[in-house]
Design a binder for this molecule. Structure first.
Ligand code: ZN
Length: 357
């Protein structure tokens, strides 16, 4: 089969399009013919270095997969053959205490498709049958495939952060930074679907325009303000937001805290701005604010996020759709930060609308 194989750590050149043997599904696994894969930041981060323990080369990236079941292992129901499905990238045993409690990333057998095992940047990928989430989409429609491929990782992560950890409710005000990122854009849509008032932070006039078009109630352009916290205070009548979904971390966390109302909360779900921070502690205890850890999403978050999308309760924004051979260009766009929404690569033989396969 054709596959984008990462042979070392480094720049785009370490991923090459090769002919390799297709994986053989184990007894509890299925072989999936890949139809589309959405890109995630981790794809390019771990091209440069093994940021996740247990990740090694040679490696095939791709965590957000939609595909068609092409073969089933001996212990798997053959009725799955031909099913079009999303793949939950989180692999775990399904039986231990951590799995029963739906905290699969603490399972001793935890692995991630597209990180610590091979992913979907290939014609075929082998995955456990229990990771298959059937969906009703046409395997020939590139736009529909792109939209559904954009859901699993961003959708489940946002669902976990906004609802599972944050308990966001209708009528609350939530601040979502990075509204142009794939994760931020999906988070905005889920927050809107819950009936929350959404304030987003973006960088640049064009992203501000797109965030407003995407339905955010207020958009703060960080390149045009010295103090986004003051702007949040002013937009909320001096009170502050009910919640900030902070997937930035570092020194941003202190600002997130000050942007919430007394009794408000920050859900911390990422550290792209730094692993450590200094906090002015009275900002935390005097107004009775909380900082909540996001945790990893579980199967319930994934199921709820996928159902929310397929039932039409929220939409996803697609930045661009690329043919399989154009993975390097798609990754370059992700690394440029000059995009809005999810970037999707189609499986071999499929072409974006308007192009011949
Ligand atoms: Zn387990």
């Amino acid at each position: 089969m054709r596959a984008w194989v990462q042979e070392a750590f480094g720049g785009p050149e370490v991923r090459r399009l090769l002919d390799v043997a297709a994986p053989a599904p184990g007894p509890d696994e299925v072989l999936v013919r890949v139809l589309a894969v959405a890109l995630n930041r981790l794809d390019v981060l771990q091209r440069s270095e093994a940021v996740v323990g247990g990740m090694s080369v040679p490696h095939i990236a791709g965590m957000d997969i939609v595909g068609e079941v092409a073969a089933t292992g001996d212990a798997v129901d053959g009725d799955l053959l031909g099913t079009v499905a999303l793949i939950d990238p989180v692999v775990s045993c399904g039986r231990c205490r951590m799995c029963v409690d739906d905290t699969p990333t603490y399972c001793a057998d935890f692995a991630t498709i597209g990180s610590t095992r091979d992913g979907g940047m290939a014609e075929y990928v082998a995955v456990p049958a229990r990771n298959v989430l059937p969906v009703h989409v046409s395997p020939q429609d590139p736009e529909e495939l792109a939209r559904i491929a954009a859901v699993p990782v961003s959708g489940a992560t946002a669902w976990r952060g906004l609802l599972g950890a944050g308990g966001l409710r209708s009528g609350e005000v939530v601040v979502i930074p990075g509204a142009g990122s794939g994760l931020g854009a999906v988070g905005v849509q889920i927050a809107l679907s819950l009936g929350a008032t959404v304030i987003t932070l973006v960088s640049g006039e064009s992203k501000k325009r797109r965030a407003l078009e995407a339905g955010a109630h207020h958009v703060i352009d960080r390149t045009a303000t010295l103090d986004w916290v003051a702007e949040v205070q002013s937009l909320t009548g001096g009170e502050g937001a009910d919640m900030v979904w902070d997937h930035v971390g570092g020194d941003f966390l202190g600002a997130s805290l000050r942007a919430t109302r007394p009794g408000g909360r920050v859900v911390l779900s990422g550290t792209t701005a730094g692993l450590d921070t200094r906090l002015h502690l009275p900002d935390l205890y005097q107004p009775g604010r909380s900082i909540l850890g996001h945790g990893s999403y579980g199967r319930a978050d994934m199921a709820a996020a996928v159902a929310g999308f397929t039932e039409g309760r929220y939409a996803v924004h697609i930045d661009s759709v690329w043919p399989f051979e154009a993975l390097p260009e798609a990754e370059a766009r992700l690394e440029s930060n000059d995009f809005f929404g999810k970037i999707v690569v189609l499986g071999p033989g499929l072409a974006p609308r308007g192009e011949d396969a």
